[in-house]
Every structure is written in structure tokens, then in C-alpha cells.
Design a protein around this ligand. Structure first.
Ligand code: SF4
Length: 234
């Protein structure tokens, strides 16, 4: 298939962005992001997203803990904090940073993440004061983590961009490889309805297709995005 020129917008781009979403949703279904613990459970699971300040903080902490590691590892750190009764801003703020680091060890980079969690905890609550900008002001929270918190903790329509997004959509031909984070985010936000539910599902579906098919060495044969894809060898 001939490679398309990278599109910044317009009807064609919007049509492809929507078609990709529908194709992925039809193939994989809802992905259940973001899981949280409830009622004394130590295992996070999806039950419609966070419904209280405690669960919103849990999502935010999880977004930090999953930086540079799998959700499975981050989830083990979340479980440790829940078992300790420490997955709330007050407990994290009052805890010795070395104890906190030990609890979140399964997530990797635990000394650094313990410092980030303490700074993040100082932002919570009240919700009214938390903005994308205030999150970005926390050392160690970049655009991807800030947008994950805004989208999955607070239901604000910020599109989360990660390495999988860049890989899949540059191969499809809608993004220039190496495009900056903000340009990619505004590309998606400009070509989709401002609906947090769609943004949540779309990001999770991109991760799914990237892990199953659009790997470093892509498995184009069975990929549901093949009809939309501009990759030369697809
Ligand atoms: S067809 Fe191949 S290159 Fe295109 S999205 Fe699927 S796996 Fe990636």
C-alpha cells in the first residue's frame, strides 16, 4: 500500500482516526482502563473508573508507578501501599521516603518514584487546584503522565500519547516519526470528539494493538489495522 503523507488534520485524517478507533474497538472490545482497588481489596480491577478522591489519587499514583515499567509491576507496588494502608496523600506525605521507596520497589526506579509520589501527594486534594499545568510542575511528571492523570483520574479529555501511539500512527502514515508530544496530542484531540470516554478507550486500544501486532518487528499479516495502514511492507 502506498504511504500517505503525514496529515495534520482535515476530513481524511479525521476519518482515518475514527476508522482506526472503530476497527480496534470492534476487534478488541473495551480494555478496562484504569483499574483501581475497592473495599479493602489489594488487587486493582476495572469497575468503571475512579469514583472518589481516594481512587483518583490511586490512579495518579499508579500513573507515576507505571513509568518505565509494566502495569503488572506497578500493580504490585500499588498492592503493597494498600496493604500498608498508605495509598492516600496524607500517609505518603508523612511516611519516611526510604520506607515509601521500599514499598514501591516492584515498580523500579523506586527511590526517584518515592520522591515524585511525595510531591504529587502534596497536590491532592483539593481537586479544584489540580490542572495539567500543576501536574507538569511536579518534578518527574511529564506530559504523558500528566495527561494520564487528567484523563483517567479526572475524566478530562486530554489524549495520552506514548511510544506505542507514535509507532502505530507513524506506520499508518498519519504522524511524522519524531513528531513532538504536543503536536501529536493536539492532532488526536483535533480529529476526535472531546469525549474522555473515547480518549480513555482509544489510548488503551493503541497499547493493545502495539503489543499484539505493531511490535518493533510488526506482525502485519493478522493486524486489524492493515486496511488502514500506509506501511510500505504491510
Ligand atoms: S499493519 Fe503492520 S505496521 Fe500497520 S499498524 Fe498493523 S502491525 Fe503496524
Amino acid at each position: 500500500m502506498k504511504k500517505r503523507a503525514a496529515a495534520g488534520g482535515g476530513k481524511e485524517a479525521a476519518g482515518i482516526v475514527t476508522a482506526v478507533y472503530e476497527t480496534l474497538y470492534d476487534r478488541f472490545g473495551p480494555q478496562g482502563w484504569w483499574p483501581v482497588t475497592a473495599g479493602g481489596e489489594t488487587e486493582a480491577r476495572y469497575s468503571g473508573g475512579p469514583v472518589c478522591d481516594g481512587q483518583r489519587f490511586e490512579v495518579a499514583a499508579g500513573a507515576v508507578l507505571t513509568q518505565n515499567t509494566s502495569w503488572a509491576n506497578a500493580s504490585r507496588a500499588v498492592g503493597n501501599l494498600v496493604r500498608r494502608g498508605a495509598l492516600d496523600p496524607e500517609s505518603i506525605l508523612s511516611m519516611d521516603v526510604r520506607v515509601l521507596a521500599e514499598l514501591i520497589k516492584p515498580s523500579g526506579y523506586y527511590n526517584r518514584k518515592a520522591v515524585i509520589l511525595k510531591e504529587l501527594a502534596a497536590c491532592f486534594p483539593p481537586r479544584a487546584e489540580i490542572t495539567r499545568e500543576s501536574l507538569l510542575a511536579v518534578s518527574g511528571i511529564g506530559p504523558e503522565t500528566a495527561d494520564s492523570i487528567m484523563l483517567y483520574a479526572f475524566g478530562e479529555p486530554f489524549f495520552v500519547v506514548d511510544a506505542y501511539t507514535i509507532r502505530v500512527f507513524s506506520r499508518i502514515g498519519l504522524i511524522v516519526p519524531g513528531e513532538c508530544y504536543e503536536n501529536v496530542r493536539t492532532f488526536f484531540e483535533g480529529n476526535l470528539p472531546a469525549d474522555a470516554g473515547i480518549f480513555q478507550e482509544y489510548h488503551a486500544l493503541i497499547v493493545k494493538v502495539a503489543k499484539e501486532f505493531c511490535r518493533r518487528k510488526p506482525l502485519c499479516g493478522g493486524c486489524p489495522l492493515n486496511p488502514h495502514c500506509g506501511r510500505e511492507t504491510a
